[in-house]
Design a protein around this ligand. Structure first.
Ligand code: C2E
Ligand code: CA
Ligand code: CA
Ligand code: CA
Length: 278
């Protein structure tokens, strides 16, 4: 048992060393990724349950690395946050999406909206936000063409400053969504202090909603509460017809998940929406 323990130990240190090396390597390469045009934005539709129409999509970044292949954002976003690169990367995503949303407003639907994920770290350099607000103010037809998704973590250290920043977004005609709702340590107290437009219920509550579980009454209660507060609800990670039917029966507003579509490259997303409109 002792020997096994020692082998396991050396196995884990090797594994940890490998992970650490890969992280260092990726951090270095992340610095050039923007310049080398290695990032791409995929889009996943949000389907309006009442109308069946798609006028919203979430932007999800992808890193196509020359030798490592596709690197997941779950892997490289934390590195970008660590290395202070999230500001430039996040700003690139935001500005690309502004451009794309306006195009889709003329090509797909006049109310089209793209949701952009904001890292909590981005709230430390709000000078970028001001640049975005200026861009939005200088273009036409931008009202609600973008939505920012923030996690409950942003609201945890909810200084008055964060609440004020979020207000600035809404004043700029950008909607606000709480992402991964239900997974944070939040007390819900922030709901009183800040104004948001959407709650996105985390996939972990949706996965077992159709099985015997406490998730169904929880999700039902969340939707009721959100509606009483005037918020719209998005269910994340919907994969089955049964989940969809349940969410429909309890008044969920939008569905996002593989049941309809995975995140798609721009051209494929356009084709998908046009096919839906037939
Ligand atoms: P998220 O914001 O919670 O995004 C939803 C994730 O769930 C996406 O993973 C999406 O592909 C996945 N997903 C959607 N529907 C389903 C489903 O039905 N089943 C399953 N199993 N998964 C589903 P993805 O694209 O790998 O992104 C992971 C995370 O990376 C995102 O989680 C977000 O936190 C972060 N991220 C992605 N793009 C950006 C970005 O531009 N900026 C920042 N700051 N973070 C980003
Ligand atoms: Ca999100
Ligand atoms: Ca989410
Ligand atoms: Ca997440």
């Amino acid at each position: 048992a002792k020997k096994l323990g020692r082998n396991q130990y050396s196995f884990y240190t090797q594994e940890m060393q490998y992970v650490a090396n890969r992280r260092t390597e990726q951090k270095r390469e992340l610095r050039n990724a923007l310049l080398n045009h290695e990032f791409e934005i995929y889009f996943q539709p949000l389907v309006n349950l009442r109308t069946g129409i798609v006028t919203k999509a979430e932007a999800l970044i992808r890193w196509r690395h020359a030798s490592m292949g596709m690197v997941s954002p779950a892997e490289f976003i934390p590195l970008a946050e660590d290395a202070g690169l999230i500001h430039e990367i996040g700003s690139w995503v935001f500005i690309e999406c502004l451009d794309q949303a306006l195009k889709w407003r003329s090509q797909l639907h006049p109310d089209f909206q793209i949701s952009v994920n904001l890292s909590p770290v981005q709230f430390k350099h709000t000078a970028y936000f001001e640049r975005w607000f200026n861009l939005i103010a200088s273009a036409a037809n931008t009202h609600n063409c973008l939505c920012v998704e923030i996690t409950e973590g942003v609201l945890l250290d909810a200084s008055a400053k964060t609440a004020q920043q979020l207000l600035r977004f809404r004043e700029a005609g950008i909607e606000v969504a709480i992402d991964d709702f239900g997974t944070g340590y939040s007390s819900l107290a922030y709901i009183k202090r800040i104004e948001v437009d959407y709650l996105k219920i985390d996939r972990s509550f949706i996965t077992n909603i159709a099985a015997e579980s406490t998730d169904y009454p929880l999700v039902e209660a969340i939707i009721m509460m959100a509606h009483k507060l005037g918020l719209k609800v998005v269910a994340e990670g919907v994969e089955t017809e049964a989940q969809l039917a349940l969410l429909d029966s309890i008044g969920c507003d939008y569905i996002q998940g593989y049941y309809y579509a995975k995140p798609l490259p721009r051209a494929e997303f356009e084709a998908w929406v046009l096919a839906q409109q037939q």
